[in-house]
Write a protein of this length. Structure first.
Lengths: 97, 487
């Protein structure tokens, strides 16, 4: 059997980096599916890209500037209107330490 | 006489302008239609019945007072639920955003309202636009109005199904790798992905921002040109929107295809493309020939790598774009007092995101991570350059490229959803236009066993005028545009 592209441990690590909890069942399923997908992605290995520069973006825009003028913005209430938890006009974050 | 809900956008606005029809009568007919067929189709996440009726009355009053009416006066537009609507929840069909009510409008919404359109509802989609079937929606699958056991395509499946079923007259979708063209093709309607930068993305909830554009989904090519004219144009709020002169695409529709040179990429008729679909599309190409165009087969060898390159780029961008869902400022959050922030963050994202979204974020994180970046992400970006070059070269010779939109006809709900890779393969003919940034349109070109097939036309950047002109010439001759399913 070919060496898997990505191990269960790596899937756990990447999910941790991405801040996504996975169940034990999902770890098994995702490892299997991700291997299949990555195996297919490796098709790109055979493309000759020697000396080719990457296209990050199709437009040739660089920086777009505008005058730094004060404009109407959301009120505090509006800005907080979708926050799952808030207190005294602030967002309430989970425990940090 | 067609029912009011069957009129095209052009007909509705003309009849309302001439006061042959009131907005209220027409909107009532649309709402009645929704009540009748929505249970079978499930095109909407939110139907704005009250708002739409109120707005209908406003526009009727405006008309009675002799005030000038906008180009889309009274026309019912369905809007994909990843486009922000002020005061109306915008869910991306995700549990993560199920209660998200944007405090502002996307620029395209402001433009619709300025032209007196009526937003009739927010349409169902694959969660965060990640899918080709509208099955990954947190709110359940949308069904194909031509056969409710089949998928409508995706990710803008609700928008395409709503137009086909007469639940809306026009619709907006978004297209990252085919998400407008796929469902338009599967529902026998017209769908256009504009050139990257032509339509503002301000207020479009990001999935893969270097690839996606908002665009029209309509019953015919005229309506497509009309809606595009309204939404296109530079927007200072989107730094990737391009300063192009404003155009009325309706003005370019007539004129035919006499003298057009059409390239037919052999890669669009390769292995994996259903023989009956190929036959349908070849007939369409011969119809264009009979209208005065010439065609020639051409090879774009880099297309072999388009699909994996697309998915690597899209997933990488997604992993970055969706990092914002931290359950702090908005979005779903699960919490217990004893949990620290990484626990809250990762549990909220586990519950808030469906499996496909999590899969793509994880794959994207992997492709961008140390040790794999060059192998996957950077390599994919270089392939993007190769594909752009191949297309640029082809467009030196041809006005348009033509091929099928989808490799296979619509399939059964549930048939492919368990196998992500098999589903990804469905996008093989639509992703090239997102990688190059050029415009692409799908128009109805016939049926296979009673199921719609779409002809895809691709053009040079900012030449939507040529695409629509060819689409109109073809549509007028072929007669598949405007055909609706029996529901």
């Amino acid at each position: 059997m070919k060496k898997p592209r990505i191990s269960r441990r790596e899937v756990e690590h990447i999910a941790w980096l991405a801040h996504i909890e996975l169940t034990e069942e999902e770890k098994t399923l995702f490892t299997e599916q991700l291997n299949e997908i990555l195996e297919y992605f490796r098709k790109i290995d055979s493309a000759d890209t020697e000396g080719v520069s990457p296209t990050y973006h199709v437009l040739d825009l660089v920086n777009v500037y505008r005058e730094d003028e004060v404009q109407e913005s959301l009120t505090r209430e509006e800005a907080l209107s979708n926050a799952p938890k808030k207190e005294r006009g602030f967002l309430k974050a989970p425990r940090i330490v | 006489m067609p029912e009011l809900y069957e009129l095209t956008g052009r007909e509705v606005s003309e009849k309302i302008r001439s006061r042959e029809l009131t907005v209220k009568e027409y909107i009532s007919s649309i709402l009645e239609r929704i009540r009748k067929v929505e249970e079978k189709v499930h095109a909407f996440v939110t139907v704005l019945e009250e708002d739409a009726l109120k707005r209908a009355e406003e526009i009727d009053r405006k008309a009675d007072c002799g005030h000038g009416l906008g180009r889309l006066c009274g026309v019912a537009v369905a809007v994909k639920d990843n486009i922000c609507t002020k005061g109306v929840r915008t869910t991306c069909s995700s549990r993560m955003l199920k209660d998200f009510v944007p405090p502002y409008n996307a620029t395209v919404i402001e433009r619709l309202l300025r032209e007196d359109a009526v937003i009739i509802g927010k349409t169902n989609m694959d969660e965060f636009a990640m899918g080709s079937t509208t099955e990954t929606s947190y709110f359940g699958a949308t069904r194909n109005p031509w056969n409710p056991t089949l998928v409508p395509g995706g990710s803008s499946g609700g928008s395409a199904a709503a137009v086909a079923a007469g639940e809306a007259t026009l619709a907006l979708g978004s297209d990252t790798g085919g998400s407008i063209r796929c469902p338009a093709s599967y529902c026998n309607v017209v769908g256009l992905k504009p050139t990257y930068g032509l339509v503002s993305r301000y207020g479009l909830i990001a999935y893969a921002n270097s690839l996606e554009q908002i665009g029209p989904i309509t019953i015919d090519t005229y309506d497509c040109a009309l809606l595009l004219s309204v939404i296109a144009g530079h927007d200072p709020k989107d730094s990737t929107s391009v300063k192009t002169p404003r155009r009325d695409y309706v003005d370019f529709l007539e004129g035919g295809v006499e003298g057009f040179k059409i390239g037919v990429p052999s890669e669009f008729f390769g292995e994996g493309v259903d023989a009956r679909v190929k036959e349908c599309v070849w007939r369409a190409i011969h119809t264009l020939e009979s209208l005065g165009a010439t065609y020639e087969e051409v090879s774009l060898p880099s297309l072999e790598y388009a699909l994996p390159a697309y998915y690597i780029i899209a997933m990488s961008e997604a992993s970055s774009n969706l990092a914002r869902y931290d359950g702090l400022r908005y979005g779903y959050r699960v919490e217990e007092d004893s949990w620290d922030w990484p626990t809250v963050y990762s549990k909220s994202r586990r519950v808030g995101f469906g499996a496909e979204v999590r899969r793509r974020i994880i794959l994207g994180t992997y492709a961008l991570s140390a040790g794999y970046y060059d192998q996957y992400y950077l390599k994919a970006l270089k392939i993007r350059t190769l594909i752009r070059r191949d297309f640029e070269k082809a467009f030196e010779k041809f006005n348009l490229l033509a091929g099928p939109t989808m490799p296979v006809p619509p399939f059964r709900i549930g048939e492919k959803i368990q196998n992500p890779l098999e589903l990804y393969m469905c996008d093989i003919l639509t992703v090239p236009a997102n990688l190059t940034g050029g415009p692409a349109v799908t128009v109805p070109c016939g049926f296979v066993d009673g199921l719609p097939v779409g002809l895809q036309l691709m053009g040079r950047p900012f030449r939507e005028d040529l695409l629509l002109r060819a689409a109109k010439a073809y549509g007028d001759r072929a007669g598949f545009e405007g055909l609706r399913p029996k529901l």
